[in-house]
Design a protein around this ligand. Structure first.
Ligand SMILES: [Zn+2]
Length: 165
């Protein structure tokens, strides 16, 4: 039986000889409302994903977009609306795209981070349900990639969001 080559063993136990892993960059700022550990898990998820719609900072951005949408005080209903452009930047003008991004991240994260981000998103969801109206005709408006329950709320028009409706 051949002995293991000592050189091979040394090489395997020497991490500096390995190429750096892609997420092995300085950790980003902690994401508002999330622990440092979960922020790091989110950062890794963003860095390692090969999904076009996932990029560094996307989850912090999605959370901010979701909070901002629900932010205006008062009880006036809010209306999510579709954007004309589906590039990964413009897509966020549709708050439901931000919710999609959070949904994918929650499913992809390791358990602890998933639970923590899940709680933050669930609290925003309660607010979303309270501030939007059910759409009884949602089933007639289904578009590709719009399976989440957050699409089954009354839509507004992008050009009528300045408080005139
Ligand atoms: Zn665009």
């Amino acid at each position: 039986m051949p002995r293991k080559r000592p050189g091979a063993l040394r090489a395997a136990s020497r991490p500096s000889s390995q190429p750096p892993r892609r997420w092995d960059t300085p950790p980003p700022d902690r994401i508002h409302g999330l622990s440092a550990a979960t922020s790091l898990a989110v950062h890794r998820y963003e860095a390692l994903s090969d999904d076009y719609y996932v990029f560094p900072g996307v989850i912090a951005y999605a959370l901010r977009r979701y909070r901002d949408f629900l932010g205006p005080p008062g009880r006036r209903p809010r209306y999510p609306y579709l954007d004309d452009c589906d590039c990964r930047s413009c897509s966020f003008r549709d708050v439901r795209h931000a919710r999609d991004a959070l949904d994918v991240a929650v499913r992809e994260l390791p358990p602890r981070a998933r639970a923590e981000l899940g709680r933050v998103v669930a609290a925003l969801d309660r607010s979303y349900l309270a501030r939007t109206l059910p759409d009884p005709l949602a089933h007639t408006r289904r578009r590709r990639g719009t399976d989440g329950w957050w699409y089954r709320r009354l839509e507004g028009c992008r050009y009528a969001q300045s408080g005139s409706i």
